[in-house]
Design a binder for this molecule. Structure first.
Ligand SMILES: [Fe+2]
Length: 189
């Protein structure tokens, strides 16, 4: 599989042949080596492929990058080519979202997310991460939700507000990391 363009074609063929997330996961794992060898093959956060039944995006997370809690409404496959991405899973309750589990996805790994998954992702490292995200539908056109980082209120996902929260959470994570690094550093005296 020599290019991400051919990877996208293979994914589309797979879906057309009745394949689902398990088969797509296999293709993603093969494609991660392409992305890792040649990370500049696609631009950061570039949409690799988009149709009614398939959405493929190359996603980069900055150091300590973090998203708000959100859903997708369709199945997805997340593969990591470089760095790591921690997935924190939640369930919705009357009192708001409650964490149920965590899963670290390291370079070379790909996981399947069911259509009901509620999660947030964070990059625990001081270096960026790079990965391929594939969804079984046209993700940007679907009805999705995001949870307010401070109040836990469930809201319809609005992209600009979501991205603003990503920046705020990432800045807070970096500040926290800087504070911890300072505490761990040996005294200069
Ligand atoms: Fe997500």
């Amino acid at each position: 599989m020599p290019s991400l363009k051919e990877f996208a074609s293979a994914c589309k063929q797979c879906i057309d042949d009745g394949g689902g997330p398990a088969e797509i996961r296999e293709l993603v794992q093969q494609a991660l080596s392409i992305q890792a060898i040649n990370p500049k093959q696609v631009e950061i956060d570039e949409i690799v492929y988009r149709s009614e039944d398939l959405f493929i995006v190359s996603l980069a997370q900055p150091p300590h990058g973090e998203t708000p809690i959100h859903d997708h409404g369709i199945w997805g496959v997340i593969g990591i080519a470089e760095g790591s991405e921690e997935n924190i899973f939640f369930r919705q309750t009357d009192l708001g979202p409650v964490e149920v589990s965590r899963r670290m996805v390291n370079a070379g790994e790909a996981i399947i997310l069911g259509p009901d998954v509620i999660h947030k992702i964070r990059n625990p490292c001081a270096t960026g991460s790079l990965g391929l995200h594939v969804y079984g539908g046209d993700l940007p056109r679907g009805k999705r939700h995001m949870w307010h980082p401070a109040t836990g209120e469930r809201l319809l996902l609005e992209q600009s507000r979501f991205e603003g929260w990503c920046e705020e959470l990432t800045a807070a994570g970096e500040a926290n990391y800087g504070h911890l690094a300072q505490l761990a550093a040996p005294s200069a005296t």
